[in-house]
Write a protein that binds this ligand. Structure first.
Ligand code: QAP
Ligand code: CO
Length: 171
């Protein structure tokens, strides 16, 4: 089922999501809803809280070199942890919860992560490139953080101004 995406400044987006303890049918149906919702909105990543579910669940499906999004490349990530981080990288990020806004954000370049799959199996791997950035962006959602909160004071001001303008235009 396609669910509604919560948009900034919805207060639910600030919630700290809870660890998943049961790797059951309800988790699997949440993952299916997240996939449908992400594809319907042309996203490459989505955290459960973006559809109002405060659970530590996220999905990422990057596009390939030709810009095609292959569902076989979709990764389901439960209870993510970053256990090592190295270097810095800057990328112009967007977010389905902050539509039409793209700003440069600094992240770790390489990370070592630990998470669980939909059956509870523990996975440990090293990530770099866009996958590392997406993992950090989506993990921040589970702690109630949006990418716009990582902007400098001046850039945040600029964003708030742009956002107000966009709100008026949408009405
Ligand atoms: C998070 O972002 C991310 O403004 C996923 O109008 C960000 O899927 C991963 C989107 C940066 C890696 C790097 C945004 C779609 C999608 C919009 C998204 C929009 C339509 C964003
Ligand atoms: Co986001």
């Amino acid at each position: 089922m396609i669910r509604e995406i919560l948009v900034y400044p919805n207060k639910k987006l600030k919630k700290i999501s809870k660890e998943v303890e049961e790797f059951d049918e309800s988790l699997h149906s949440l993952l299916e809803d997240m996939k449908e919702t992400m594809y319907a909105n042309e996203g490459i990543g989505l955290a459960a809280i973006q559809i109002g579910v405060p659970k530590r669940v996220l999905i990422i499906n990057l596009t390939d070199e030709d810009g095609n999004q292959n569902p076989d490349d979709l990764v389901e990530i439960i209870n993510p942890e970053i256990i090592e981080a190295d270097g810095k990288t800057i990328y112009q990020e967007g977010c389905l919860s902050v539509p039409s806004i793209y700003e440069e954000v600094e992240r770790f370049e390489k990370i070592k992560v630990k998470y669980q799959d939909r059956f509870g199996k523990v996975v440990e791997e090293k990530l770099d490139g866009l996958m590392s950035i997406a993992f950090q962006h989506e993990s921040d959602h589970l702690n109630g953080k949006l990418f716009i909160e990582k902007l400098s004071y001046l850039k945040r001001k600029k964003f708030e101004k742009e956002w107000k303008k966009k709100l008026k235009e949408r009405k």
